[in-house]
Design a protein around this ligand. Structure first.
Ligand code: ACO
Length: 349
């Protein structure tokens, strides 16, 4: 049975860099607060009308495909992870297929937020292992800037997120020990609402936190989207930051250790850990817990903020471009996010 190798990586971030100080024009926040709590110095925002989640994905994909030594017409399956799709439906997979003039291949959209890319990689890995596909494009792309609450009300969330896209091409390899060694996926829906965007959605009031659940029942049945939802910030991401932090610092190390143990490896064997760029404080906590050196962990949240499904492939590509990942190296990808969902992948490059 073949294993899957990452044959090419690419990433794209918009030109427009937005500093923490820039955000103080819209909300009561400060560079000091943001850097101290999250490590973020700046993030990129896509052009309001000319750039979308899909157009950014196209740019990242072009690079990944070229580096894999193939053309868009060689791609035989797309797996696209995002929480900020161009449309509520259809998903971005088909838009990418159209924009890159690919054949009438399958296109699958993944909705696992921050762990979306690692989930997507795991799905693609199974298709390669069974021999069903030979060149799978796996993408994570987000345009958060379009859907954040930039008033002081939304500052605990809006300062964290940025836009960008990352992509990889997966191909089969029969080289002994090379490629994706294993992937590990988990979820716990008990706390689904503490990091969520409620609308547009078909939920009933009883799922919502009490502070948000007091709008007119009749309105829910009649309207998919209402002014009341906007007034109550239900159309923006909602997050209980401290609760997310507590769970993330447990599940990140756990799922990394699960991957290492499954392959009879230890943290010392990791060449580079690419954690989802949720928050620099979370990544530092994970690094300390696993006893990893600074060289063993790659972070770039300082420059791009949290790009959700795009953060792992952007960081992976940037680390590779910086020469931090070479043939034979052990790369660990790990993510935790809304759902909650969390996941890891261990790759022998
Ligand atoms: N600027 C200034 N003050 C702010 C801001 C801001 N941007 N945001 C919140 N505050 C204020 C709050 O209003 C609150 O003020 P109060 O004490 O007067 O009520 C105070 O700061 C503390 O608020 P908390 O939400 O308790 O802030 P906390 O210290 O926990 O930091 C943070 C918030 C950074 C989100 C933290 O909880 C955290 O790191 N959580 C992890 C979640 C995370 O990183 N999520 C990323 C996305 S999810 C993911 O990728 C997995």
């Amino acid at each position: 049975m073949p294993q899957s190798k990452i044959a090419g990586t690419g990433f794209y971030v918009p030109q427009n860099a937005v500093s923490n100080n820039d955000l103080t024009k819209y909300m009561d926040t400060s560079d000091e607060w943001i850097q101290e709590r999250t490590g973020i110095k700046e993030r990129r925002y896509a052009h309001r009308t000319n750039e979308t989640t899909t157009t950014m994905a196209v740019e990242a994909s072009k690079i990944a495909i070229e580096r894999a030594g193939i053309t868009p017409q060689d791609i035989d399956f797309i797996v696209f992870a995002t929480l900020s799709p161009d449309y509520y439906f259809p998903g971005c997979g088909v838009l990418l297929q159209r924009a890159m003039q690919m054949k009438e291949i399958g296109a699958l959209d993944i909705r696992n937020q921050c762990s979306g890319f690692v989930y997507a990689l795991s799905v693609a890995d199974q298709f390669i292992k069974t021999g069903m596909y030979k060149n799978i494009l796996v993408v994570g792309s987000e345009k958060h800037s379009f859907g954040l609450d930039f008033s002081t009300r939304g500052r605990n969330v809006s300062v964290i997120f940025g836009d960008g896209a990352g992509a990889v091409v997966l191909q089969p390899t029969t080289k002994e020990g090379q490629g994706i060694l294993s992937t590990h996926l988990h979820s716990d829906g008990e706390s689904a609402e503490i990091l969520a965007m409620y609308n547009p959605g078909t939920h009933a009031n009883h799922w919502l936190p009490q502070k948000l659940a007091d709008f007119d029942e009749a309105e829910i049945g009649e309207m998919f989207f209402s002014h009341d939802m906007i007034d109550k910030a239900q159309v923006f991401p909602n997050m209980d930051g401290p609760a997310v932090f507590k769970k993330a610092v447990v599940k990140f190390p756990e799922v990394i250790m699960e991957a290492l143990t499954a392959n009879n490896l230890t943290p010392a064997d990791i060449t580079v850990l690419i954690p989802h760029q949720a928050n620099l404080r979370i990544a530092e906590f994970v690094q300390k817990k696993l006893g990893l050196s600074n060289e063993q962990v790659y972070n770039n949240i300082q420059k791009y903020g949290n790009t959700t499904a795009a953060s792992v492939p952007i960081a992976l590509c940037e680390a590779w471009e910086a020469g931090k990942i070479k043939e034979g190296d052990l790369v660990c990808l790990a993510a935790f996010g809304s759902g909650f969902t969390w996941a890891s992948a261990l790759v022998r490059w």
